[in-house]
Write a protein that binds this ligand. Structure first.
Ligand code: PBG
Length: 341
């Protein structure tokens, strides 16, 4: 058998483990299924989609193979597909015509802007599908920041007023959940007040409570066409990725202001934050598996370096294990199809 003589361990394995054998339950597929602690189902998925103007337009995003910018008519088709697959909700992100951008992101207040047109069209066609809209200014500003920029500074309180007004327009259009991703102080309370004053008591708020300043958003900036615009970084408003206690304080503040759900973004590099928030607050907690996370898996798979489908499933299950109730992921339709098969 072995061509070398092995020294005997001084104790037998049973003496070492006290007869405990954790491999017993791993011995067969049936026993592994029986003891599986976490599961991914279609009910866990939120599908982020990108919108563009025009009709019958479907533009592939170079840095995100398999992800497209869709005109509203085609977004409606995808919404119908999502509903058929059982995906609970979509989150929309617009590529806004450059001519409509300005320093304050005013177009976000247009009741007929791209986000609101898409919400209305999707709700008319598939009312049973949840719609989540982002109230952040970055797709609408000519500098790509999430806030109103004055003398090189993001003006918190003016931005909050703008974001809260935008949230009302989004709710008017039929949005079920407003999800502000801008990280301004006080935005959740201001949005709650504005929604309630407008009669939108039943519109929920998903707080991007812990959004970190991250390199993993790169491909998203290509997707919404802000990559050339943004000067500098977003460190004066997103959380330093070195910090964890600060993320807990941010989530606590957002819950106190009225957030219904929390989100951690990016996802996989921040599983520790997800677990901390879930343990601390027992609140519906979500992760955003962001563009860079998607692209890394797809690119490695395209090179034959990893099994893309398995890596995708493993990454999503990791979110469940960390404590997530659901995941925003560009893989949503693919996963939903695989889970169905
Ligand atoms: C900005 C915003 C970002 C994402 C969604 N909204 C980050 C940014 O541009 O800094 C990233 C989403 C992704 O990477 O998939 N409000």
């Amino acid at each position: 058998m072995n061509k070398f003589t092995l020294p005997r361990p001084t104790r037998t394995v049973d003496e070492i483990t006290g007869s405990r054998r954790l491999r017993r339950m791993r011995k067969a597929d049936w026993s592994r299924r029986l003891v599986q602690e976490n599961r991914l189902t279609v009910d866990d998925l939120i599908w982020p989609i990108f919108l563009t103007d025009g009709e019958n337009r479907r533009e592939e995003i170079a840095a995100m193979p398999g992800v497209y910018r869709l005109s509203v008519d085609l977004a409606v088709r995808e919404a119908e597909r999502a509903a058929k697959l059982g995906i609970p909700a979509l989150a929309t992100f617009p590529q806004v015509d450059f001519a409509l951008k300005d320093v304050a992101g005013s177009e976000i207040l247009n009741p007929d802007n791209l986000i609101n047109r898409a919400t209305r069209a999707i709700k008319a066609a598939v009312p049973e599908l949840g719609i989540i809209t982002d109230a952040a200014l970055d797709p609408f500003t000519d500098h790509g920041h999430d806030g109103i920029l004055r003398d090189g500074i993001i003006v918190n309180d003016d931005t909050v007023a703008q974001v809260a007004a935008a949230a009302v327009r989004q709710a008017d259009a039929g949005s079920d959940i407003v999800a502000p991703s801008d990280m301004m102080d006080g935005r959740i309370g201001a949005i709650r007040d504005a929604l309630d004053a407008a009669g939108h008591q039943d519109v929920a708020i998903m707080s991007y409570a812990t959004k970190f300043a991250s390199a993993f958003y790169g491909p998203y900036r290509e997707a919404i066409g802000t990559q050339g615009l943004l000067k500098g970084d977003k460190k004066t408003y997103y959380i330093d990725h070195a910090n964890s206690d600060e993320a807990v304080r941010e989530a606590e503040q957002d819950l106190a202001e009225g957030a219904d759900m929390l989100m951690v973004k990016p996802g996989l590099p921040y599983l520790d934050i997800i677990r901390r928030l879930k343990d601390e607050f027992q609140t519906p907690t979500f992760a955003y598996q962001v563009s860079g996370e998607y692209s890394m898996i797809v690119a490695a798979a395209a090179n034959g370096w990893i099994d893309g489908d398995k890596a995708m499933m493993e990454s999503l299950l990791a979110f469940k294990r960390a404590g997530c109730d659901g995941i925003l992921t560009y893989f949503a339709p693919k996963v939903a199809e695989m889970l169905k098969a």
